[in-house]
Write a protein that binds this ligand. Structure first.
Ligand code: NG1
Ligand code: ZN
Length: 531
């Protein structure tokens, strides 16, 4: 243990509040910021071990995404920019919950279990969002890394997907791009400008997009990126952090859950608008029509728009690649029906949480995944990318094929394949709308959402609810699923499910039906059944 004396001494500066137990959940650790200092130090330690184990750079992002400003959180990023492997989530929980006196024992347990060679070098990339607590918390991560002798690069304020991108660039020796914020802007803007050349006659109105930055890091980064886009996108930025509070009455989560526009944003009738969340890894679009009715284009609509576009390009390019759309139980029933029945694409449903969707999407040549809340991206298998690149270079391809495959190639470069990315997704959507000559209303009209409602229910122990079938059915407590089934039967085109949240101490209830009144009432009745 002598080799860890420095860790032990440093850890005393980041003491764990006695008895506090936290779990590495769907989105890493999340809690009130004041409880997280020791967690950050320990995640610095763990990231250093993970780096030694994988012989790669590991990322640590300090953020609580769409949660209130007073909260914070931390997520580890694996070598290819994906979420940390599931077995290490358990290590994270063990290390986080060890009392001060058993911290070194816990550390040694992980080293032994994972047969880590402590002589390996370690490298950790660190990023943070704009929360007031993020500065000191990311410093605690730095302390953890340094106390184990690891090297670190602190990127300071970055969006979550930017840090994922940086980690991937670093571990692929620049093949994915250069590991700088500037490199990220250059890669994305170049691809975007190439794509919009295929839509040369857009008016200024068509180029205009109202962006709600959720008073967070996405707003800051959008400002930095604007110049790279050379007026091909004219962003009207609201909730840029200069006045309002992070995520308060604004941002993607607020808009999706409340099904209404954010505060602090002026929307003309029919104007295309979008909202980022607090760490800019989610996006939703929306507009109000001339009758003042609000229309939301959520993750399901985004997934549909992008998969339709890609499928069309594959046909034009004559490429036989399998495309699938990955959704969760929260996907609107209309979207699933449209994708399966009209688009004839494979649809697969996984548990909530991006890591589940990401893994499912990796099983296809092209996997489009979006959570209904707007978190998602597109994955292209290595083989698919190779086929596309070969066709780009094929001198015998006819003009239609050439155009389609060039579009595919540029679209790949515009997409952040490591994780959902509000800025990248926004540029993909803008490019697709431009190339296909579609307005936001045309996009909205692809299918009509079934009215739906989400509720949160506070219970004494949410873990008594266990689910199966991608969280669509409750296994325990006994009788709950039967109660839900009989309530659903009372409504038309109805569906409902309950599941314990992985990020908040609540049970989430979802219901959809043929009318809003029906969806609201079903969600209410199911909530009562949960108590
Ligand atoms: P939980 O709290 O497990 O429902 C929420 C979102 C997920 C995902 C995570 C991580 C909903 C219903 N759930 O998870 O989709 O984004 O947060 O941020 O939106
Ligand atoms: Zn987020």
């Amino acid at each position: 243990m002598a080799q860890f004396e420095g860790v032990f001494q440093k850890s005393k500066l980041h003491p764990k509040p006695g008895g506090l137990m936290l779990q590495y959940g769907t989105a890493g650790f999340r809690a009130q910021a004041k409880h997280l200092d020791h967690i950050m130090f320990r995640m610095g330690l763990l990231a250093t071990l993970r780096s030694k184990k994988t012989k790669s750079t590991i990322g640590v992002m300090v953020t609580a995404s769409h949660n209130p400003e007073e909260d914070n959180g931390v997520k580890l990023i694996d070598p290819m920019g994906e979420m940390v492997a599931a077995s290490w989530e358990d290590h994270a929980t063990q290390l986080a919950n060890a009392e001060q006196e058993s911290l070194l024992t816990e550390l040694e347990n992980i080293i032994e279990k994972e047969t880590i060679d402590m002589n390996e070098p370690a490298s950790v990339y660190i990023g943070k969002d704009t929360r007031p607590s993020s500065g000191s918390l990311s410093q605690a991560v730095v302390d953890g890394v340094s106390s184990l002798g690891g090297k670190f690069h602190d990127y300071g304020l970055v969006t979550t997907p930017q840090l994922h991108y940086m980690v991937c660039c670093r571990n692929t020796n620049g093949c994915y791009g250069s590991a700088t914020v500037e490199g990220y802007y250059q890669k994305l803007s170049h691809a975007f400008l190439q794509l919009t050349q295929n839509a040369p006659n857009r008016t200024d109105d068509q180029k205009r997009l109202v962006v709600d930055g959720a008073n967070g890091i996405g707003a800051l980064k959008m400002r930095e990126m604007e110049a790279f886009l050379r007026s091909e996108l004219q962003v009207v930025l609201s909730n840029d952090g200069s006045r309002g509070k992070l995520n308060h009455l604004c941002g993607a989560d607020h808009v999706k859950v409340q099904q209404k526009p954010p505060e602090g944003l002026t929307m003309g009738a029919g104007e295309r608008c979008c909202s980022f969340d607090g760490d800019a890894d989610r996006i939703v679009y929306y507009y109000t029509d001339s009758d003042g009715r609000f229309h939301l284009q959520d993750g399901d609509k985004i997934g549909t728009l992008i998969s339709t576009y890609l499928k069309e390009l594959l046909t034009q390019a004559g490429l036989d690649l399998q495309i699938a759309v990955v959704q969760t139980a929260y996907a609107n029933g209309s979207s699933t029906r449209y994708l399966e029945d009209v688009m004839k694409v494979t649809v697969c449903c996984t548990k909530t949480g991006v890591k589940h969707l990401h893994h499912a999407a990796q099983q296809y040549d092209i996997g489009v995944y979006f959570e209904a809340n707007g978190h998602g991206t597109v994955l292209f298998s290595k083989a698919a990318q190779k086929q596309i690149l070969e066709l780009v270079k094929d001198p015998n391809a006819n003009d239609e094929k050439k155009r389609a495959v060039k579009l595919l190639d540029n679209t790949i470069n515009l997409i952040n394949q490591t994780v959902g990315d509000a800025i990248s997704d926004m540029l993909v959507i803008e490019a697709v709308l431009a190339i296909r000559g579609m307005s936001v209303q045309d996009w909205d009209a692809i299918y009509t959402d079934l009215p739906n409602r989400q509720f949160k229910v506070k219970v004494s122990d949410r873990c008594v609810i266990d689910t199966t079938d991608a969280e669509r059915r409750a296994v325990t407590p006994v009788g709950l699923q039967e109660a839900i089934d009989s309530l659903v039967k009372k409504y038309k085109q109805a569906r409902a499910f309950v599941r314990p949240s992985g990020t908040e101490d609540v049970v989430r209830v979802y219901a959809e039906a043929d009318t809003q009144k029906g969806a609201d009432s079903l969600a209410h009745e199911v909530s009562l059944a949960v108590y």
